[in-house]
Design a protein around this ligand. Structure first.
Ligand code: GRF
Length: 218
């Protein structure tokens, strides 16, 4: 029996962040295992990644429900059945309602491809390019009732080059996402995160080697 705490991961697409989380777990870098992957899209490649690692999957198609609350209630049901202590949104392209948020208070994380509070919503890398910022990056945060507004756990910075395309910037950011999402999960599962209002304090973070690692692309 594997007694590690269960993480549920929600995806809508490629699932490269899911893969980073699975890999970190299999390498023993986070004290938990992905015990369920849920997608609102039956053809999400993230589901294939999960199956490749023997991880149970569920498809909950939002189009089959009357409204957002009914869809969220079904998500809550399948996640609860998995026994998950942590829910990670990883490219999950649905806005969730309080039905979902209140079921897992302070236990839902999200990753966003921009340095919040700049460029929330969709197309973070494209927004950063259009605005002309010199640096962008990614953010792991607790989910709250707004769009990409919850308390920030970890961020990583990447440079924006003058000749960048959206794809080039997005892929530079994605590389950092794969590094910081497992890091945030590890902090959560180690019980090191305390939320006070907007602020997240990270007890003993100085002892985690990864935090002092320089961004190799910077
Ligand atoms: C990532 O850029 C993530 O920040 C955003 O959606 C993308 C998902 O990529 N929320 P993947 O499915 O993890 O490859």
């Amino acid at each position: 029996m594997n007694e590690q705490p269960v993480i549920a991961v929600l995806v809508s697409g490629s699932g490269s962040n899911l893969q980073a989380i699975i890999d970190a777990s299999e390498r023993g870098e986070i004290p938990g295992r992905v015990g369920l992957v849920v997608s609102n899209k039956a053809d999400a490649y993230g589901l294939v990644r999960a199956r490749n690692h023997g991880i149970p999957t569920e498809v909950v198609d939002h189009k089959a429900f009357e409204g957002r609350e009914a869809f969220d209630a079904k998500l809550v049901e399948v996640i609860r059945a998995s026994g998950a202590v942590l829910v990670c949104l990883a490219g999950f392209m649905r806005v969730v309602t309080p039905v979902f948020l209140r079921a897992f208070p302070h236990r839902i994380l999200n990753i966003h491809p921009a340095l919040l509070p700049s460029f929330p919503g969709t197309h973070g890398p494209a927004q950063a390019l259009r605005y002309g910022v010199r640096f962008s990056g990614c953010t792991v945060h607790f989910l709250d009732e707004g769009v990409d507004t919850g308390p920030i756990i970890v961020q990583a910075v990447v440079p924006v080059h003058e000749d960048d395309t959206e794809e080039a910037l997005a892929s530079r950011i994605l590389k950092e996402e794969h590094r910081i999402y497992p890091m945030a999960i590890r902090l959560f599962l180690e019980g090191r995160l305390a939320v006070t209002g907007r602020k997240v304090s990270t007890k003993g973070v100085g002892k985690i080697p990864d935090f002092s690692r320089r961004n190799p692309d910077a």
